[in-house]
Design a protein around this ligand. Structure first.
Ligand code: ADQ
Length: 631
């Protein structure tokens, strides 16, 4: 640690004075806040014990309803989050951190006593993607917008992500970030690697970019035309080490985030963060008061490499067990294969203080053999600290009345622009311009998860009907080739845009009538949320977050007015998908008022991050209530 600090001139030259002042300043408010937080906790506990553990079902607290989950014996094994609308503003208390920030002090005792207290945190997101700087999918969306939503709720938020430079136009996205002139040295992969930090303060968030030559190459964050980069384990090990140092060494806005911060490690790429806290820092008294949460956006990717690569992580040898992983016999490649490997996400699940997924449905699915990708038993054993919170969306970027990528704007009050978007899309892609023809869209990665094989098998039958179908996506070559071939043979009905194109994705979302998502599994899914906001009706496989967010249309409900926002079919087969599509198409053709009802109910829903942010805050409180993970 000392070496690291010495190698950071900015920190050693300036920080002691500022930290001293900050600490002293923070001390009063910290002591005060601890008392306040304790009071809040005690009230909750007292309520529980008053009710008796068997009767603790729902406790409304700070605008979140807590539902106790019990096992067969009646013992409480965890709490469900039941989102509530946020009732007015809560009053800000402080960050609970000994690094001061200027948002945290309340001096008026009367005011404090009368209003609910809100504790704010120093939050460090660590992610391999953060939109708009980098994005290959939903992870980038979430890590680009949730931090802003939390910062708007008075938390101090930093996002640590790589400074990817590919030598192309996308490099401009990092133009606003300045070199902090702070270098650290990371020991891993048999060497010592110097890493720099760049910084941009935007939308209330400290965007910190980790700079190293391995992040400078053509391609996307994970690979190029030849496949995944061979050194991804090294690149994301560097990111994780750098992220652990950032709160200690970067005096952002004059003050470091300090040791009492909350790390949110997203997916396997940053899964080493909780392991490093437990293995490298806490045994030496650093980060004793920090906490970590691993956020699982996709359990299918776990960062598994041969066991011999363990030494590359820069972890003490005795911590092998945290990451050690043995493949089942059937998954081994030959008779002498012992199946031994290291699994970064497994290490994160073992050592993180809490675990989050991006929907409640998925948080349950991953504890089952079908959805657990081999980790279901481990996840089941940590069920009491596992929660699911459905993602929000960036309602500014995805707003049909302001969207810069679509040709006509529209809203709930005036839908006329939507048909113009449809006509413009048909014209742009060279399809026959037919406003009445049902237009179906798909946007997403072309891989097994997204059920592309089901689309592929159902498309010939679907296109027998008088419909048009547009697909946008990139991924597995066999599916890209199939899209090109189908477009070439069924020119008047099918368009397959191979590639990653954000403006086109907006135009498909706005111009189509139906959005198809037959995902095999879907932790949350964002495109169905974008679709509903744009009055485009989702037809989805009712799994994970898709099942949680799309309610199947029932024309007879609500005294014949109908309810539901789309169709969620189950199980996932070619037939069930086609059946659901045909019901949707017939409803579009023959029941215009029902269709309008579907569109309006979808558009009316609140997709903002506010609901999710309230639930995240509840989990933040829980994570600081429990002691941190120590071996
Ligand atoms: N070719 C293309 N051109 C332009 N844009 C494209 C595109 N292909 C995909 N996108 C965009 O990438 C995002 C994909 O988000 P998803 O949530 O659907 O999936 P993803 O599987 O990447 O994310 C994982 O993480 C997220 C976030 O938690 C979970 O919602 C999800 O279930 C989980 O699998 C959307 O913004 C979409 O518009």
């Amino acid at each position: 640690m000392e070496t690291l600090l010495r190698s950071c001139p900015t920190f050693t030259a300036k920080s002691p004075v500022k930290l001293g002042v900050g600490k002293q300043f923070a001390f009063c408010s910290f002591a005060f806040s601890k008392q306040r937080s304790c009071n809040v906790k005690l009230r909750a506990i007292r309520r529980s014990s008053q009710d008796g553990s068997s009767s603790v079902e729902d406790v409304r607290k700070d605008s979140v309803l807590l539902g106790a989950e019990k096992d067969e014996s009646g013992s409480i094994v965890g709490f469900r989050l039941i989102p509530q609308s946020v009732p007015g503003d809560t009053k800000i208390s402080n960050s609970g951190d000994n690094i001061s920030n200027d948002k945290e002090v309340i001096v008026d005792d009367d005011l404090v006593d009368k209003r609910p207290t809100k504790v704010t945190y120093n939050i460090v997101f660590v992610s391999s993607e953060a939109s708009p700087y980098s994005k290959t999918g939903g992870l980038g969306d979430v890590c680009g917008s949730l931090p802003i939503a939390l910062a708007a709720r008075e938390h101090r938020v930093m996002v640590v992500t790589p400074r990817y430079l590919s030598g192309g136009p996308s490099d401009k996205k990092f133009a606003g970030a300045v070199d902090l002139d702070c270098r650290i040295k990371v020991s891993c992969s048999g060497g010592v690697h110097e890493v720099a930090f760049f910084h941009e303060y935007r939308a209330g968030v400290d965007w910190v970019f980790v700079d190293h030559p391995s992040f400078h190459r053509p391609g996307n964050p994970y690979g190029d035309a030849y496949g995944a980069f061979g050194d991804n384990q090294f690149r994301f090990t560097l990111l994780s080490h750098a992220a652990c140092e950032a709160p200690l060494v970067l005096p952002l806005g004059g003050f470091t985030y300090g040791e009492k911060c909350l790390f949110l490690a997203n997916d396997w790429h940053t899964g080493l963060v909780p392991v490093l806290l437990a293995a490298k820092y806490r045994p030496y008294g650093v980060y004793k008061d920090a906490r970590s949460i691993v956020v699982i956006h996709n359990l299918a990717h776990q960062g598994v490499e041969p066991a011999s690569t363990y030494n590359n992580f820069g972890l003490p040898p005795e911590w092998y067990g945290a990451l050690g992983w043995v493949f089942p016999t059937w998954a081994r490649t030959h008779a002498l294969d012992t199946g031994e490997a290291v699994n970064i996400l497994k290490g994160a699940i073992v050592t993180a203080d809490r675990i989050l997924t991006v929907s409640q449905g998925y948080s349950w699915e991953i504890t089952t053999p079908e959805g657990g990708n081999g980790l279901h038993e481990l996840l089941g054993s940590r069920k009491s600290v596992l929660n699911g919170i459905t993602n929000g969306i960036d309602v500014d970027e995805w707003n049909p009345s302001l969207d810069e990528h679509i040709p006509s704007h529209y809203s709930l009050d005036d839908l006329s622009g939507k048909i113009e978007c449809k006509i413009a899309l048909q014209r742009e892609l060279g399809l026959p311009v037919r406003p009445d023809c049902p237009l179906i869209g798909f946007v997403g990665r072309l891989d097994y998860q997204k059920g592309i094989d089901i689309i592929l098998s159902g498309t010939p039958d679907l296109l027998q009907d008088d419909v048009q179908f547009i697909m946008l996506g990139s991924g597995e070559k066999q599916y890209e080739d199939w899209m090109r071939a189908t477009e070439a043979t069924i020119k008047d009905k099918f368009r397959g845009w191979v590639g990653f194109n954000v403006p086109i994705s907006h135009r498909i979302t706005a111009g189509c009538d139906i959005l198809l998502m037959p995902s095999r599994f879907e932790p949350c899914g964002l495109n169905q949320l974008y679709a509903m906001r744009y009055g485009t009706i989702p037809v989805v496989h009712g799994t994970g977050g898709l099942g949680d967010t799309v309610k199947t249309f029932n024309p007879f409900a609500d005294e014949g007015k109908g309810e539901g926002t789309g169709w969620a079919f189950k199980p996932l087969t070619r037939e069930t998908m086609l059946d659901a599509l045909w019901v949707a198409i017939e409803t579009y053709r023959k029941h215009k008022s029902s269709w309008l009802g579907l569109m309006k109910r979808g558009m009316e829903r609140d997709y903002s991050w506010d609901n999710a942010a309230v639930q995240y805050e509840q989990v933040f409180k829980w994570v600081f209530t429990d002691p941190p993970y120590v071996s």
